[in-house]
Write a protein that binds this ligand. Sequence first.
Ligand SMILES: NC(=O)c1ccc[n+]([C@@H]2O[C@H](COP(=O)([O-])OP(=O)(O)OC[C@H]3O[C@@H](n4cnc5c(N)ncnc54)[C@H](O)[C@@H]3O)[C@@H](O)[C@H]2O)c1
Length: 302
Amino acid sequence: MSRVTFRLGLVGAGRMGQTHLAAISTSATVTVTAIVEPRAEVAASLSSQGFITHDSAEALVAAGDVDGFLVATPSALHVEAVRQLSPAGLPILCEKPAGLSVAEASEIQQIVGDSRSRLQIGYWRRYVPALQNLKARIDAGTFGRLLVLHASQWDHRPPAPEFRNTSGGILVDMGVHEVDMIRWLSGNEVMSINSNELMSHESEVVDQDAGVFTMRLSSETLGLATLGRFYPDKDFVGVEVMGELHHEQIDIISGDGGDDVLMLALRTQAEAFALGADPNAATIDDAIAALRAVNTATEMRR
Ligand SMILES: NC(=O)c1ccc[n+]([C@@H]2O[C@H](COP(=O)([O-])OP(=O)(O)OC[C@H]3O[C@@H](n4cnc5c(N)ncnc54)[C@H](O)[C@@H]3O)[C@@H](O)[C@H]2O)c1
């Protein structure tokens, strides 16, 4: 009996695109069938693995043999990718941050609004079972009044300088995850934000090696995030919630099991995206809220 799967067209098969590819390869309901990748050697390798490859998003749209799109191009090209894909009127799952600024994310919002395409932003932590469970207990009042949420994201080693120099900086590239997770877990909006960063020691890199920010949230709760481009052994992602009644610290990605957590979350995200109508799905409004917070933090220090 043949399985009915949702055919996904992947746009951008770099570091994250290939991670999505590996994660989705174990899904019974979603299959990546076509890929847009301009690097000829990468496209040739993908095509030898049986994927249909295209050299542009327009060619993918023209081929018309997919049910939705996954955008994993560099963040500076998110707007362009969404603009090229939206005429198809199919659902689009766009990697975070959805452009580098509130202006770019708003442009994406306008484009998908005009084409009436469904858009989801790839904030995968919303699909980590331990975080869904944490959110359910926060919502149920287990923690009582929330005092502080602390989110940590410390990468093992930084990405290549070419990526770092166009990523928008550590707050846009990494910090938006922490803003989104804190907003989503607490159900709060960001009222104000203050940040500080450590510039890279490498002269050719215009990115930071570490960053911290604090936020005042709408229900008189504080949010705190710590970000780093260097961490021993493996990537680390964690969250700590301090409430009047309960305290909890969760290592979301840590040590050898971290990859499994990420892969499961990415696959679950793709499957939820294919089905649609998922209350956990990050929207373009969520992406704009995260970018507004980190853009504000950066502008305040100019
Ligand atoms: N959610 C997460 O945890 C997470 C982690 C890493 C990266 N990301 C996001 O994923 C996106 C990609 O990051 P990355 O690390 O994979 O970058 P990358 O540079 O490794 O990969 C980008 C890929 O897109 C391709 N590309 C460039 N222009 C293109 C175009 N016009 N059409 C199609 N493909 C094109 C490049 O050749 C490259 O293969 C970024 O937006 C980044 O913020 C998200």
